[in-house]
Write a protein that binds this ligand. Structure first.
Ligand code: PMT
Length: 210
């Protein structure tokens, strides 16, 4: 099976030395890509800037920086995928007017105008053809189930892996994670707190169950 995974954060330029980003380390997405390779699949990984080495045995590794670059590569690669797993923490906003020179300090507060980035998941959900599967993640600090189900429906996902973020020991940057996996058929599966490696294997088994 051809599996496309994205992972890590994106960086949105403010000026040549500053950016907006988030705490994604890439560990969850890289573990999914590595588990898929181990299961014998052809895996393409599109990654934002992280410090991890790409898993061995990938078919293709694509390194990007911004949400716009992530969108371009994901739309290009999704055409060939049987299953796409969207684990990246893509910025929802970027500076509307990035500067080409380092911004100088001035008196008083600074107001940055932010504009929306492309919702890549939404675009892929619209592109999705019969026979293709799309699995998203939902990173939530509250109302996990309601928010995850809304995202699954809006973005035309077949699955959504909902995880709690903003608490220590799981989610962003942590070694472990826990997921509630919601399926479009209305069922759900709890994958309890464990290493991201083990969790990735369990998640893939669930996604590939027929
Ligand atoms: O990288 P780690 O440190 O291991 O942390 C893992 C993780 C917490 C980042 C990961 O498990 C996770 O939750 N990834 C999704 C983060 C996220 O952006 O969630 P969201 O609920 O804001 O977005 C919902 C879905 O839409 C996600 O599949 C996301 O990839 C996608 N999205 C969001 C915004 C956007 N502009 N384009 C998108 O495709």
């Amino acid at each position: 099976m051809k599996i496309l995974v994205n992972a890590g954060p994106t960086r949105e330029k403010i000026d040549p030395v500053r950016f907006i980003s988030n705490h994604s380390s890439g560990k969850m997405g890289y573990a999914i890509a590595a588990a898929a390779v181990k299961m014998g699949h052809e895996v393409t990984l599109v990654s934002g800037p992280v410090t991890l080495p790409p898993p061995e045995g990938l078919k293709k590794f694509i390194s990007i920086v911004s949400a716009a670059e992530m969108a371009e590569m994901m739309k290009k690669e999704f055409v060939y995928a049987d299953l796409a797993i969207l684990c990246a923490a893509v910025a929802d906003y970027r500076p509307a007017h990035p500067e080409n020179q380092k911004m100088k300090k001035k008196e008083g507060n600074l107001f940055l105008e932010l504009e929306r980035t492309e919702d890549i998941a939404l675009s892929l959900g619209k592109m999705k053809k019969n026979g293709q599967l799309l699995a998203g993640f939902a990173a939530e600090t509250n109302d996990l189930e309601a928010n995850a189900l809304t995202k699954m429906q809006k973005k035309n996902f077949d699955f959504i892996a909902a995880n709690v973020v903003g608490v220590p020991g799981r989610g962003f940057g942590a070694e472990e994670n826990a997921i509630t996996l919601y399926k479009a058929d209305g069922t759900k599966k709890e994958l309890s707190l464990k290493s991201k490696k083990e969790l990735a294997e369990e998640l893939l088994e669930e996604l590939l169950k027929k």
